[in-house]
Every structure is written in C-alpha cells, then in structure tokens.
Design a protein. Structure first.
Length: 187
C-alpha cells in the first residue's frame, strides 16, 4: 500500500516531547478536577429497613456501627481497633491532649470532642502545642487546633479520626476511620 505524499509528516524529537508533555499536563490537570457530589443516604428500604434482603444487612447494622455524625451523635465503639482515651470530662475546652501511644491529639471545642493526627502533613514529624496552635518543629509549619494550615511548607490540613463512646462512659478514638474536620462527638 502506497501513502499519499501529503500525509507524510516529519516531527522532530523536541516537537514530539513538547507535544507529549502538553498532553500529559492537560490530562493531569483534568484529573485534579472532581465534580462528584457525596450524598448521605439512610438504610435500604426506609427508616426501619423494610423491604431489604435479610441476607444483606442495611448500612449501619451488624457489628460495624456507622461513623460518627455531625452535631451530637454519640456512636457506640466497634469491638476492636479503638483507643480508650478516658472520661470525656477530663478534656478542657481548647486544650489539646496528646496520646503518644496512638499518635494523635484529642481536643474539645464548643461543638464537642474530636481527634486528629499528631503527624505534620509535610514530612510526618510529630507536632507540638505552641500557644493556640499546633507547631511542627522540623520546618515551622503551623496548624490551628482544628487542623487547618496557618503557615509553613504544608498545604494539607491535619487528618481527623472518628470518635465513639466506650462502655463505662469513656470515649475512644478509631484511627482506622478518618472523618470530616467538622465532626464532633457530643460527650
């Protein structure tokens, strides 16, 4: 099969690499845009779970309780993977308490209790309380007690963990479950 002379294109290595880099840049930029929306739903089949398949339990039933919700939810802790952090009355407003065994802080604010990582999102150094902020001694990053970035070489806020009510009135932290920074345990 013979090609028509007008269809032959000569591309230099530089032109090829420049074109490829442009395409990859556009693809990379497109992957950063997330237009999805998260919609919270209840159990299948209505509030009581009516009409659901008995072999397929509704969300939130069984041994794995749903994650804690915003504004006053007091979920019961799962049977494993929970760090008991003590009585909720031991936590004073805006006074973070560090748990070195779990690598997290527990803080109380006007909305309730929340837990967040003690690891800086820049290079993983353990942050410290400095005045009314968290401070990373490695590179000087600062975070609010909510985990939002104040300054430094970081761009990402601190990770928040789920909290729950442990038997006996204590509260617990579930590091295997991350939650929104607005979630609080009303305790």
């Amino acid at each position: 099969m013979k090609r028509a002379e007008g269809l032959v294109v000569t591309v230099s290595r530089r032109e090829f690499c420049t074109g490829l880099a442009s395409c990859l840049g556009i693809a990379s930029l497109a992957s950063c845009i997330d237009s999805s929306t998260v919609i919270q739903t209840g159990p299948l089949g209505g509030p009581e779970g009516s009409g659901s398949n008995p072999d397929m339990p509704d969300a939130g039933s069984g041994s794995n309780p749903p994650p804690p919700g915003d504004g006053g939810v007091q979920p019961t802790c799962p049977s494993s993977g929970v760090t008991d952090v003590g009585a909720p009355t031991t936590f004073q407003t805006n006074t973070p308490v560090y748990f070195s065994s779990g690598g997290f802080f527990v803080v109380r604010d006007s909305g309730g209790l929340y837990a967040l990582t003690s690891k800086c999102t820049h290079e993983g150094a353990t942050i410290e309380v400095q005045g009314s902020d968290f401070y990373c001694p490695r590179h000087g990053a600062k975070f609010t007690f909510d985990g939002d970035v104040v300054s430094g070489p970081v761009f990402t806020g601190l990770v928040h963990y789920a909290m729950c009510t442990v038997a006996g009135g204590h509260v617990g932290v579930i590091k295997s479950q991350t939650v929104s920074e607005t979630q609080r345990l009303n305790a």
